[in-house]
Design a protein around this ligand. Structure first.
Ligand code: BGC
Length: 739
């Protein structure tokens, strides 16, 4: 009888689950489905889903029909398929994509709508390529212009990067693809990224380095986040109790997956207990680099299994990790409603071009030399390697296989047509190579002429040119804007400054276009007419640049970071520490500058003025600001204050202005920056048009992080709402009091 009953129960339960397994039932809440799936999984299956099975994928649960999780870089386009167990591209012919502008450019648009457009577009590309997780965006703070990866991030200010990362995340995830916001946290340099232990105070941590991550988690609701390589409190960020358990999952209530940076896990026990959920890219000892990646030897693979089997740890943490991974799979690969996506559509190219156009920053424009007037130009000379060098290949993991990349010189020629003669001179030779993980540009940029010969050719051509456009800057080669190593100098590399100086001696109409993802020294800036901060703009690079230079588009980008006159003007180098030589052992790097990063530092300096400040950028039109007014003289901690200013386009063509709100705390118990960005709005104004721009100030904008209380505090007292067009161009100040 017992046997029959047992059999019947078995049959019934099997029957029920076969017909209607909860984990597959879309009408059931996801959390219920997760618990059901979890119950059905064997120990080995659970272990399998929390570490990689190939370079970019982890196993699902094939027996249960739960799909694999496919990830891919990120953050500027969807990286080419690589071989199962090697970094080299797989050689597919259907994985060429649109390269979008680098994230520095996105930040320079100061336009959250552009971030949403970016997210939606790249999300569609990821989805079409069948990726569930896009490894990006990056929001590490630009602490030093030498950081090799700044181009993948959104500048120096936590408020700006917070406002820009949220719509990016929302855009991508609206397509059923998870963002993996990286690199959490404090990964602000590359050279020793694996062995640098960051030492900083809690104020800097909470006020400067965490806000963009917090915004991505709490407002953007990112489904995954990437632990970084460096250490903090002498523990690797990928299994860092404070960062992952206390802050991310504790204070912020993150319910997604912590994915390790590739090879960022170093210890099984810490990874088990300190919040690491999904391990990727580890090169295990003995079976290392180059050979098989030996997935079973990952810290969260067999070593973990053995600890459980030997009773040293329970499955409690494992179940929690699996729940999170399953949640991620439900949100992405198992979401039947997610759209199908597409790549290389006209809409995506248009988005890439538009974001590029909005991000380009006009830094200097003497005698209104720009936009270029084709009625006055017979000969336009273009000089410089960056005019002809592909930038979508190189730079590290963000390297792409773009379907096309329109180079600056080609973009200009396409736009100018036969209305003027466009002549090119190389000017200097930087890095003529161009390949990454077997994706090659196919360009042969070798040139055996000496620097003197190249300069002689350029100056000879410049002598009778109506305009000289020098297109240089950094590139994606090692020690430039590239992963794995930082820049070695703040100056432009190769001998570009010599070329610019030589050109400026023979022609007055020099326009310098600096392509980079970091600030560079511009010692020649008074010798040239115009300076344009261009970025790595991806597929449509040449067209975006041409639109701005020719005036089809009125520039409206603003700097997302300070361009210092010299490197020592940057606090990480003058007050703090920045280690630039390779070290093998773990060492401490002290962020002694604390919260005084970027303009928060230069604002305090009486003698030091930036070459171009944070938030700065010119337009082909002009704007005037009225006197800002507040709706009250005081506000309470649970109230608000509305500050309004009228902005007028006083020029002759339509343009966009980024109106910035900074808050100054006049007296506080802890040191505070002179002022901090707490609001911005990009407004489009027709010639002659005026608009009122309003900012609502709440307690949050007045608060600082009190490290003794471990809380955000707004102290009653006097404040100022500062309306500005950049960190140094103050248009009006409204004093008020917090009661
Ligand atoms: C980078 C990550 C990247 C990963 C996978 C790592 O080296 O730091 O940003 O997503 O590789 O390519």
């Amino acid at each position: 009888m017992k046997k029959i009953l047992f059999g019947l129960t078995m049959l019934m339960s099997l029957n029920v689950s076969a017909q209607n397994p909860v984990y597959l039932d879309e009408t059931k809440p996801v959390e219920e489905r997760i618990e059901d799936a979890l119950k059905r999984m064997t120990l080995r299956e659970k272990i399998n889903v929390i570490h990689a099975q190939s370079k970019f994928s982890s196993a699902g649960v094939p027996r249960l029909g739960i799909p694999e999780l496919w990830t891919d870089d990120g953050p500027h386009g969807i990286r080419a398929e690589v071989l199962w167990d090697q970094w080299n591209q797989a050689g597919w012919t259907n994985d060429s994509i649109v390269a979008f502008p680098a994230l520095t450019c996105l930040a320079a648009t100061w336009n959250p709508e552009m971030a949403l457009l970016y997210g939606e577009s790249i999300g569609e590309e990821a989805r079409y390529r069948n990726k569930s997780v896009l490894l990006g965006p990056g929001v590490n703070i630009n602490r030093s212009p030498l950081n090799g990866r700044s181009f993948e991030y959104m500048g120096e200010d936590p408020y700006l990067s917070s406002k820009m990362v949220v719509p990016y995340v929302q855009g991508v995830q609206s397509k059923g693809v998870a963002t993996c916001v990286k690199h959490f946290a404090l990964n602000n340099s590359e050279t020793n990224r694996n062995n640098e232990n960051v030492v900083l105070d809690d104020r800097a941590l909470y006020e400067i380095y965490l806000p963009a991550f917090k915004a991505a988690v709490i407002e953007g609701k990112t489904w995954s986040i990437m632990g970084s390589y460096n250490l903090y409190q002498n523990q690797h960020a990928c299994h860092n109790k404070r960062l992952l358990v206390d802050i991310l999952k504790g204070e912020w209530g993150f319910d997604g997956v912590v994915i390790s940076d590739w090879g960022g896990v170093h210890n099984t026990m810490e990874a088990i207990t300190n919040g690491m959920d999904l391990e990727f890219g580890t090169w295990t000892n003995g079976l290392t680099e180059g050979a098989s990646n030996a997935y079973d030897n990952y810290y969260l693979a067999v070593p973990y299994l053995k600890l459980i089997q030997s009773g040293k740890v329970t499955t409690a943490e494992l179940d929690e990790k699996v729940r999170r991974v399953l949640r991620l799979i439900y949100r992405t690969a198992m979401n039947k409603n997610r759209p199908y996506g597409n790549i290389c559509s006209e809409a995506h190219y248009a988005a890439a071009q538009k974001i590029g156009e909005e991000g380009i920053v006009l830094l200097q424009n003497k005698n209104k030399i720009l936009p270029i007037d084709l009625n006055k130009a017979k000969k336009i000379l273009v000089v410089g390697e960056n005019a002809i060098k592909m930038m979508t290949v190189g730079g590290g993991s963000s390297s792409l296989k773009a379907q096309h990349e329109i180079l600056p010189l080609d973009g200009l020629k396409m736009r100018i047509g036969d209305r003027a003669k466009v002549v090119y001179a190389r000017g200097y030779v930087g890095d003529p190579t161009g390949s990454y993980n077997n994706v090659t540009t196919g360009q042969d940029l070798n040139d055996s002429r000496t620097p003197a010969e190249l300069i002689a050719e350029a100056t000879m051509e410049a002598a009778d040119a109506d305009y000289v456009i020098f297109i240089g800057g950094l590139n994606k080669s090692n020690h430039q804007d590239a992963e794995g190593a930082d820049r070695l100098q703040y100056d432009l590399p190769y001998n570009q400054s010599d070329v610019i100086n030589a050109l400026s001696k023979v022609n007055k109409n020099i326009i310098v276009v600096n392509i980079s993802g970091n600030a560079v020294a511009m010692p020649w800036r008074n010798e040239v007419s115009a300076i344009v901060q261009d970025w790595y703009l991806g597929s449509q690079a040449g067209l975006s640049l041409a639109s701005v230079l020719m005036g089809d588009v009125n520039p409206s980008g603003k700097l997302p970071y300070t361009i210092y006159e010299k490197l020592e003007d940057c606090s990480a180098h003058s007050v703090g520490e920045f280690v630039n030589e390779r070290r093998k052992q773990v060492y401490d790097v002290h962020y002694k500058e604390g919260i005084f990063v970027g303009y928060r530092y230069t604002d305090m300096q009486k003698k030091v003025q930036p070459a171009f400040p944070f938030g700065y950028g010119l337009s082909y039109t002009t704007f005037t600001y009225g006197k800002p007014v507040a709706d009250a003289k005081t506000m309470t901690a649970d109230g608000k204050l509305i500050v309004t200013v009228t902005v007028k386009n006083t020029g002759t063509r339509e343009g966009q202005e980024v109106v910035q709100l900074y808050i100054a705390d006049k007296k506080s118990s802890l040191p505070r920056p002179v002022k901090e960005l707490k609001g911005f709005q990009k407004v489009r104004l027709a010639a002659g048009e005026s608009k009122e721009v309003s900012f609502t100030i709440e307690k949050e904008a007045l608060s600082f992080f009190d490290d003794m209380k471990h809380a955000w505090v707004a102290e009653p007292g006097k404040f100022e709402a500062i309306i500005a067009a950049s960190a140094t161009d103050i248009k009006g100040v409204v004093p008020f009091e917090l009661k």
